[in-house]
Design a binder for this molecule. Structure first.
Ligand SMILES: C[S@@+](CC[C@H](N)C(=O)[O-])C[C@H]1O[C@@H](n2cnc3c(N)ncnc32)[C@H](O)[C@@H]1O
Length: 282
């Protein structure tokens, strides 16, 4: 078992080795309570995620954590988030990404002939590669520009997967057949490998958003979506400030559909398409 676990708030925590006593019962109950199927996941992955919640709830073993889960209803949602922490897909929220591709990217590259995008909290790469696909489609339409996509995450393991660029079919379900055949090749074991013309558009780098230091400045678009599950109110505000610092004039901030901006910092941005959680630097 891994001694180190990764959570967004406390990136590297040493956890004591715990025995597997009570683990099968816990997993069975979690599947029922959360109505999710955990048998698809590697046992090690599930254990690491459970350990992160045990650490946060100060439970010393799986039996104690199980008891905590039964007696604290609010823990269910936290556990669900912990188990799905890296969840992402290509063209997640199609309305958002289609608007970005057709309207926002188009207006930026037409005006500037260049575009700089930061996908912050990029997980296994589906989000930045989606941006690369959308940008590529612009150049196919005859618009020339210099483009750079920087993609960062705190989780080194997930970045390895992102760099490999190989995905299961279900990660691609929002893409059209046309997009799939143009930008992916099928591997021998039935997976989908992103083609080099898209892969080479994205640079992956490790970065902790909690450190408050932007990865760079003068970005045209910062996409920081579905990252703040474990951030407290102050950390969420600091993140909004960090995004504002990293954007150039009139730059765009793309948030997750269930994320929100606190009143204290909302003056840093003006609404662009607030229903789609797209804002522009004020
Ligand atoms: C649910 S995924 C979201 C992926 C993608 N942005 C999307 O919306 O589909 C959240 C990602 O945020 C990353 N993350 C969480 N806390 C972070 C932090 N402090 N700094 C950088 N990345 C973080 C996690 O490792 C995870 O890969």
């Amino acid at each position: 078992m891994d001694k180190k676990i990764t959570t967004p708030v406390f990136p590297q925590i040493n956890v004591p080795q715990v025995s597997d006593k009570g683990l099968p019962e816990l997993i069975q109950d979690v599947q029922k309570r959360l109505n999710i199927q955990l048998t698809n996941y590697k046992q090690d992955y599930i254990k690491r995620r459970l350990l992160s919640r045990m650490n946060s709830t100060r439970s010393k073993d799986f039996v104690e954590y199980h008891q905590y889960l039964k007696t604290h209803p609010e823990e269910e949602e936290k556990l669900r988030n912990a188990l799905t922490i890296n969840v992402t897909k290509f063209l997640r929220d199609p309305d958002v990404f289609n608007l970005i591709g057709k309207e926002i990217f188009n207006s930026i590259v037409t005006a500037k002939r260049s575009i700089k995008i930061w996908s912050a909290g990029c997980s296994s790469g589906e989000e930045p590669y989606t941006y690369a696909i959308l940008l590529h489609e612009l150049s196919k339409a005859g618009i020339n520009y210099n483009g750079a996509i920087i993609a960062t995450d705190i989780d080194e393991e997930i970045l390895k997967k992102a760099r490999t660029g190989i995905y299961e079919k279900n990660a691609l379900e929002n893409l059209s057949e046309n997009q799939i055949s143009r930008h992916f090749e099928k591997t021998e074991d039935g997976k989908f490998k992103i083609r080099d013309h898209i892969k080479n558009m994205v640079r992956f780098q490790s970065h902790d958003l909690m450190k408050g230091v932007p990865i760079g400045r003068m970005f045209d678009v910062v996409s920081c979506r579905n990252v703040t599950i474990y951030f407290n109110e102050q950390q969420k505000k600091d993140l909004v400030k960090l995004v504002s610092e990293s954007l150039g004039k009139d730059g765009f901030y793309i948030m997750g559909m269930s994320e929100y901006m606190s009143k204290d910092v909302e003056a840093l941005f003006k609404p662009y398409k607030p229903m789609l959680k797209i804002f522009q630097k004020a």
